[in-house]
Design a protein around this ligand. Structure first.
Ligand SMILES: [Zn+2]
Length: 75
């Protein structure tokens, strides 16, 4: 399984995944220095999005977990 937090990609075909954002950022700088290319990096936020969806649903039933903006919310 992959814990990659970010992927660095470049038009030249370079692509590498990194577990730490700091490493990805330095890879961008290194590739730019080495080749003169302008790579970009994408941050993986899938896990955070899933957590947010669960919190909005108020699945645990505690008030602090309930989204008051929800049409299902009752006060
Ligand atoms: Zn490149």
């Amino acid at each position: 399984m992959s814990d990659a937090r970010a992927t660095v990609v470049c038009d030249c075909g370079y692509e590498e995944q990194f577990d730490r954002l700091r490493d990805a950022r330095s890879a961008v700088a290194d590739h730019r220095d080495d080749t003169g290319h302008d790579p970009t990096w994408k941050i993986h936020e899938v896990a955070a999005g899933v957590e947010q969806a669960g919190a909005d649903a108020g699945v645990c039933g505690r008030p602090e977990c309930t989204n008051e903006e929800s049409p299902l919310y009752r006060d």
